[in-house]
Every structure is written in structure tokens, then in C-alpha cells.
Ligand binder design. Sequence first.
Ligand code: T4K
Length: 374
Amino acid sequence: MPIQVNKPYLPDIKKYQKYLETIWNNHHLTNFGPLSCALEERLCDYLGIDHALFVANGTIALQIAYKLAGLQRDDAIITTPFSFVATTSTLLWEGLKPVFCDISPTSFCIDTHKIPTLITEKTKAILGVHVFGNPCEVQALQALADKHNLKVIYDAAHAFGVRLIEKTSNAQTAQKGTSIFNYGDISTLSLHATKLFHSIEGGLIIAKDPAYITEAKKLINFGLANALPTTIGINAKNSEFHAAMGLCVLDDIDTILQERQRIWEYYYKHLKDDFTTQTLHQNASNNYHYFPIVFPSQEELSKALTQLNALKIFPRRYFYPSLDDLSFAPTPYACPISRDIASKILCLPLYVGLPQVAQDSIIHTLKTLKHAEA
Ligand code: T4K
């Protein structure tokens, strides 16, 4: 059996079948059904957020977020070039102009210090990505946004369950921290099958201001309010079948996180001295979503990939290429750090059920290659 970068978690099929029976009994298949509402409620509770809307996927969640933030065609949005292509393609799809700001070579998130020189009168928002679940410098970004009257949107596709302990936190939040989704104006999450928590396809729009969620609910349902079209909308609702999967996976979330932590820590223990790893935010929790390593050169990455592929092991070049290098996203600002990291980074297989023998084989192959190079 090939070892892929990830393998979607599947819950107990009998539990899913029970939900199917509920759907059959309800005859409510989609359009804000009871399972979708239950999922939103349970996710708010689990994540420590006030408002969330379950939508079709993380990509449309971003597009809706831009509408909610009032962004208009040709507005300039300062964003990161080191992300999955959806972060940039959604901007372009909406007629917005991505202005790429280079990343920190250690956290792989947008470099806050480089943002001010990119701000012009056309800039309307900052779009950050908590890359591999590692939070951006949310407080510094907010201060910048406040100073220049900009919206802050987070593509938090990878950040399920991540919490931040603020220096100013009170006794209540000091232990658990605050959800990373509570920062910025709007955050979006992907609930795609490849994510640590998923609903097969799905996404979440999260905002502290309930008015955003009320508006989003209209936008994802053709712009309808009380069955009448009131604004230009689209169909971005999700179904009860997807919600049912989310509810089943949420039941198992503690086990999922424990298992991912075990695998992540095993990689870290064996590879940290030989490869550059992502520097994690000191005050944030780790959700163990991805395990990226950075090679000294693209040549060494290619050699490792060839050897692992020969063993039927398929890590992924997340994220390659750097988005400022895309032919369809023209930019006057090249981002050398992002391009460099993108050319040398590899995400290793990490999922519940990854066989120990496969993980050992990955580590052995990488270490052998590394020491042969030395
Ligand atoms: N923003 C960010 C920062 C994102 O990372 C993403 C998505 C988005 C926005 C958009 O959210 P969504 O609209 O997708 O909700 C995968 C995922 O499809 C994508 O959701 C994810 N990020 C991205 C990082 O990874 P691909 O093109 O690598 O997927 P694919 O089909 O090659 O799958 C990866 C591996 O997973 C395969 O090697 C095999 C395995 N797999 C996959 C699926 C779907 C399975 O074993 N079974 C499966 O059913 O994008």
C-alpha cells in the first residue's frame, strides 16, 4: 500500500450509518438542517468561539470573507506568498489584487515587519495564513491594521483547535488560551477530508461580530432573506451528509490529536538535528497538523523525494511554488525568502494509522541521505 502525505480519518461506520438513518427520517438533506446546526454549535463549544457558519469548503469561505469585509474589485490585499494556491486564487477570482509580502524564514508566516512599506491608499486588508497551524503575529498585525484602517482576514485552513496564550491573559484564559479564530475580523477554516478535523468537504466562517455571520448566511444562500433575494449571493451551503461526518469525527477528536502528537513528536525527535523545522509560536498550542522539513538545497530535496517514492512513500511539496512565482498572479514584489523555502520544503506523511514501519523507513532514508551528503 503506498504511503501518501495523508489519509483521511474515517470514524466508526456504524455511527455514520445512525446519522444516515436520522437524515432519512428527517428528510432534511441540505439547507441549514439540524445536523449542520448541531455541528456549528458543537464546534463553537469545542473551539471556544462565539459564532461559526458551516459552508461548502474552505475556498468559498475565503471568498465570502472578502465580501463580508466589503472588499471591492481592484482593492489591494497584502498577503503571503507561502500558502496553498487557494489563498491567492480566491483573491484573483474576486478581482482583488494580491500584494505579496515576504515571510519569516523561521515561522513561515507573513513577516509583519515587511508589511508597512507595502501599504498604499489602495490597500484595504491584510490576509494572513497560519501556515501549517502556526499562528501569525496576530497582535502586531492587528495594531498595523488599526493604524491604517485595514481589515484583517485569516486563512486559518490549517489551524483547527490552535489556541494562543496572551501575555495579558487573565486567570480564566491563562491555562487554555484563546482560540486563534478569535483574532482578526474574520477567519476561515477548511474541513476538507485531508484536514485533521473534517466533514469530507466543508469549511467554516468564523467571526466575533455576529452581524458578519448573519450576512454570511444570506450570501451562501443565493442572497435570500425570508425567501426573497436581497443581495447578490451564491450557493455555498453544505449538506447534512457532510455535517454527519463532522459530528462523527468530532467525537474522536481527542484520540486523533493524541495520535498525531505521537507521530509528530517521533519525527521531531529523530529529524530535528538533521533538518530545519518550522519554529513554532512560543505561546500557541500545536495541533500537529503537518510535519514540514527544509532541506539545505532543492537538489537534496529531489534526491530524498526520488528515494522515498521508490519505496512507495509520497510526501508532498507543500507549498510549491511560492505564489509570487505564479504566472497568473503578477506581482512587482518578488519574495526571495518564500521562494527559497518553497523550493526546499517537504511535508512528511502524518495521519492517524501511519504504520510505524513506514515512519521508521522515512526517517532512516532521510538520515542516511543527510549523512551521505555531509
Ligand atoms: N487555504 C489553505 C491554506 C489550504 O491549505 C486550503 C486547502 C484551502 C485554503 C482551501 O480549502 P478547501 O477548499 O480545500 O476546503 C489538499 C487538499 O485538497 C486541500 O484542501 C488542502 N488545502 C491542501 C493543502 O491539500 P491536494 O491537491 O494536495 O490534495 P490531494 O487530492 O492530492 O490529496 C493529498 C493526499 O491525500 C493524496 O496524496 C492522497 C490523500 N487522500 C486525499 C483525498 C482527498 C486520500 O487518501 N483520500 C482522499 O479522499 O490538496
